[in-house]
Design a protein. Structure first.
Length: 636
């Protein structure tokens, strides 16, 4: 390449010097700011450019562009005017010219001052360099063209792919847009559920408010009433020196165990015998307000009247009938002691009248026989009810007739207590449903329910023999009663378990092995005879001294009169630690029970329940019957 380049330069120099390649006197020709054109150069460069602008050739676009040598600014438009920045010109702007990938345009940068004393050799070398540069430019141009083809192919591929890419992108966006309503709907559903839950809770609170408020009010009324009772008792028992001293000496400590469990419950009890009044008594002992409705011209034998009040109504009279319906509109419970069909004949059918009049009312219907059985229309008493229930057949000595155990099992255990249980269950259900209902109780089913255990153990040694021969019905000598030396006084023995039986034998003074084995039923008559002889050797009091504090399961049979003389404290059926029932006073219901005369306390109850006053809302006839006053404020 160096030899070829030397020959090219020598040839060019020879032509430039007129054929002489070594003329020393020849000077360099003036360029007049015109650079030598390179290989494949464009047209002649523009002339008379303002300083410091120079023209450059862009081989790719085949046109001149202009460069400010001071600022580096480039422009397609030719600058006019004075030196410095570009002048104003009207030609369309094409933006900044781009360099040709690492080399300048087709012409070298114009020079702004005149070159002097250039040698012909320098000019020849420049010409040779231009030929070589043109070859290099051609090579670089091919590379640029290749890049352009690659860019063009890439652009064309992008153009071809655009519809598919655009469709895919559009589909994605469409899918997102289509998902928006579903997302909104799901969000709304969740929001709607939350709103409905909040609404339901609010509705429940509103629906429960009257009942909650009534219960709260009832509790507070019960607390105030109990406080007054406590003050009266404190004065009567000499705890305080005078009634004026009550407010100072008697504190709320007596009421610190909260209110009565049934405070605020209003009960209307239609006068009857035994089971109905007993259910009302249980309700009253635990805080309910009980109003008994008596018949005209009657003096009830009822003694189960503790804490009750009374009014007299003639339910066959329209004025009394309307008054009762008005009272029942504010009541929680009605106790019906009548035989089946009586209430309906009085125009007080629970389903057709009472529950439509007051949907929250509990109607407790107490009968002797079942309401749908073969005996439903027959009269009866406790002994009849437990007789057809199967309970009476279990009571009595072997070989003897069944004996009546008193009217405890039918009237009170299977009757009044079961009716009380049904009322409580109905009130609990109402707290959930908001609705009252009819409670049907009868003494046949109630007493049979009490005898569930004996009935279910008839196939076991406890109850598998005839009456009076079983373990727990008097057949066993270690489960029965024995008369003591003081005639008419008895001791009760229930030493079933071996360890308790051992304590009994020890207390009776028998030596080990002196008595026959108790597990053999054939020995029971001999054991009974031995026990009878031994108990007759001492008085009941002496046996009490021996067996008190032991596990012999041997206790005295105490009589009611004895308990009364000893000051035994009668208590409510069950004790609730936080909400106890009312105490049973010794002078009222503990032992005697003064009863309740018709009309006693009834007016005060009507005022507390209804806000009624005599002469404005009701009047009282000469026979004591309350009648409705037309135009009274409580008129239905």
């Amino acid at each position: 390449m160096d030899g070829l380049l030397g020959k090219i330069i020598e040839k060019v120099a020879e032509k430039a010097s007129g054929g002489s390649s070594s003329s020393s006197g020849g000077g360099y020709s003036s360029y007049n700011q015109q650079p030598s054109q390179g290989y494949n150069s464009g047209p002649a460069p523009p002339q008379d450019l303002p300083y410091p602008w120079v023209a450059r050739w862009d081989d790719r676009d085949q046109r001149w562009f202009y460069v400010n040598e001071q600022t580096g600014e480039r422009s397609w438009e030719r600058p006019y005017g004075g030196s410095g920045g570009g002048a104003s010109y009207g030609e369309r702007s094409y933006g900044q010219p781009q360099p040709s990938y690492g080399y300048e345009g087709g012409y070298a940068q114009p020079q702004q001052q005149e070159h002097k004393d250039h040698s012909m050799m320098y000019g020849a070398a420049a010409g040779a360099a231009g030929l070589v540069g043109g070859a290099l430019l051609m090579h670089e141009g091919e590379k640029i063209h290749d890049r352009w083809d690659e860019d063009k192919d890439r652009i064309e591929q992008n153009v071809e792919d655009f519809p598919e890419d655009a469709a895919r992108w559009t589909g994605e966006k469409v899918g997102e847009v289509e998902q928006i309503p579903e997302n909104i709907e799901q969000s709304w559903d969740r929001t709607e559920d939350r709103i409905e839950n909040k609404w339901d809770n609010a509705v429940d609170d509103v629906e429960d408010f009257p009942e909650n408020a009534a219960e709260w009010t009832g509790r507070k009324v019960g607390e105030v009433e109990q406080f007054g009772d406590n003050m009266e008792n404190a004065y009567d028992e000499g705890v305080v020196e005078g009634r004026d001293d009550c407010s100072q000496r008697l504190t709320w400590a007596a009421m610190s165990k909260s209110s009565l469990p049934l405070a605020g419950v209003r009960v209307v009890e239609l006068a009857g015998l035994a089971p109905g009044p007993f259910a009302g008594l249980l309700l009253a002992d635990y805080g309910a307000s009980v109003l008994r409705v008596d018949r005209p011209n009657s003096i009830p034998a009822d003694r189960l009247t503790r804490r009750k009040t009374s009014i007299t109504l003639d339910l066959r009279d329209q004025a009394s009938h309307r008054l009762l319906l008005s009272v029942l509109s504010k009541a929680d419970v009605l106790i019906d002691p009548y035989r089946p069909g009586v209430l309906e004949r009085l125009g007080l059918s629970p389903s057709e009248v009472l529950l439509k009049h007051n949907p929250r009312l509990t109607v407790a219907r107490m009968t002797g026989f079942r309401r749908d059985g073969k005996y439903k229309d027959m009269a009866g008493h406790d002994i009849n009810y437990i007789a057809v229930s199967g309970v009476l057949s279990m009571l009595g000595r072997s070989g003897e007739a069944p004996y009546a155990p008193g009217n405890i099992l039918g009237d009170f255990g299977g009757g009044g207590a079961m009716c009380f249980l049904g009322i409580l269950l109905a009130l609990l259900a109402r707290a959930h449903t908001g609705r009252g209902q009819v409670v049907e109780a009868n003494m046949v089913d109630g007493s049979a329910y009490l005898a569930t255990m004996p009935r279910l153990t008839r196939q076991t040694p406890l109850w598998n023999l005839p009456r009076g021969e079983n373990m727990l019905d008097g057949g066993s000598p270690f489960y029965g009663t024995y008369e003591c030396r003081d005639r008419g006084k008895y001791f009760a023995v229930g030493a079933l378990e071996p360890q308790f039986y051992a304590a009994l034998i020890k207390g009776l003074g028998f030596e080990p092995g002196e008595l026959p084995a108790r597990d053999d039923r054939a020995n029971w008559p001999a054991l009974r005879a031995a026990f009878e002889r031994r108990f007759r050797e001492k008085t009941r009091a002496e046996w009490e001294a021996i067996f008190d504090g032991t596990d012999a399961c041997a206790t005295p049979v105490l009589e009611q009169a004895e308990l009364e003389r000893s000051g035994y404290e009668q208590r409510p059926a069950v004790h609730l630690v936080d909400t106890p029932g009312l105490p049973i006073p010794a002078d009222d219901g503990g032992w005697t029970g003064g009863g309740l005369l018709p009309g006693t306390g009834g007016q005060e109850t009507l005022k507390a329940w209804m806000g009624w006053e005599k002469g404005r809302d009701f009047d009282i006839r000469a026979d004591g019957v309350l009648v409705w006053i037309e135009g009274g404020k409580s008129k239905l």
